[in-house]
Design a protein around this ligand. Sequence first.
Ligand code: FAD
Ligand code: MLT
Ligand code: ZN
Length: 477
Amino acid sequence: LTSERYGVQRLPFSHVSDKDLAFFEHTVPGRVITDPDMLKPFNVDWLKMVRGCSKVLLKPRISGEVSEILRYCNERNLAVTPQGGNTGLVGGSVPVFDEIILSTALMNQVISFNGVSGILVCQAGCILETLNQYVEEQEFIMPLDLGAKGSCHIGGNVATNAGGIRLLRYGSLRGTVLGLEAVLANGRVLNCLTSLRKDNTGYDLKQLFIGSEGTLGVITAVSILCPRKPKAANVAFLGCGSFAHVLETFKVCKGMLGEILSAYEFLDDECMKLVQKHLKLNNPLTGSPFYVLIETSGSNAGHDEEKLNNFLEQVISSGLVIAGTLATDETKIKALWALRERITEALTHDGYVYKYDISLPVEKLYDLVCDTRARLGKSAKNVVGYGHLGDGNLHLNITADSYQQTLLNAIEPFVYEWTAKYQGSISAEHGLGFKKKQHIYYSKPDEAVELMQKVKAMLDPRGILNPYKTLPTQGSH
Ligand code: FAD
Ligand code: MLT
Ligand code: ZN
């Protein structure tokens, strides 16, 4: 099905034989899954749009086992798809054909945590939320947070260079990941698992693996810098009359909340209607065209509240904000966050979802939603915009009752050309995976793609690691 729909040909990899299965059983005894029913959820992505037909799932526990598996697969020319929590949104985490699935689900041990420096070293299969709970017990937090925290693995987060809702405050994983261990396609273990804040000895190889979506190596462990748990957290949920006011509010917010600002997220009223309709969430405000979620995190509750109140007074009295509510207790904070974090889930209940994840100059962010809405008219069910406004990241999503090629033709390349016109990125944080790899040229020059292909060929000469993903099919441009 996949090959027909996407026009992709299976590359000449070997097929898994009984002899191969015997080798795997010997290497990871009792952790070789071949039962078709058990394999089903690993063959389909979170959005249920990309489906592979792998017949084998392997669950190593340690990097030595990953090394054995890859060395063997490389020799035998068997393709492998690394998989973490399988929450990726671009079809990168599932096989396209019969690639072997290498899951990090059992690689879930914390290796060490330093309560002075806040440096956590752990295996790649630790679930993000579990790690956050673990470090919270020691008064720290993970430097990243996202809606999929309950399922995604830290290795998957690093492999996708996931952004999420704390990036505004703590920066990207390119800064907070201090080191990592990766197993290369030929089975060699690359130990760059240092925990140093500063290390300028040669090229920073770990950066190659951050955001490489399983195409250059299997990440088996990471060392990550965790910030202190803020003593006080406040959330304000505000309504704005226009997107211009959302932007102006952001400007005032940066000026008045400065160092305690930890999130500035937005959603439009169409998103609000979807979470109300499909998830029965309650809108605490009267209807507004736009909503903003502001989070502050600081060390002095009284000081933060005072700052937040001054800010609110300013934006309300100047008419930038037309409605608002504040939360300091955890239950209400969670309820407000759900309105933003559960949009992804609400969209899946609305029908087939055409998903875009765009970086743009912040002042242009919502124009793309308006132009797309105008272009598609009644042929789309809903055209919605939400995202990490503070990071210039828009999530443009379009729903329809079912997949329609004509609708897709109306959306693409329009959305990509629009983005390229303003020097934006066609993938801000989700990656290219299987679904977007052909569109890389909208955001990267030919020379950059060519160099990426050379890096891939050097690290994985037989192309066994996550084939058909991230880089465009050679000769397709
Ligand atoms: P998977 O989905 O299993 O894999 C993702 C990719 O990484 C695949 O290409 C896979 O081959 C590769 N990979 C996985 N593990 C490894 C490894 N150990 N070594 C090498 N390669 C590996 N993303 C954001 O950036 N910001 C968000 O705010 C955000 N919110 C989300 C909210 C929801 C509800 C959902 C469903 C997804 C969201 N995502 C978000 C998408 C995001 O990419 C993933 O949630 C997460 O980073 C992927 O982790 P995972 O363990 O599920 O990886
Ligand atoms: C988000 O910010 O909610 C995630 O990136 C998921 C999505 O884009 O739907
Ligand atoms: Zn996002």
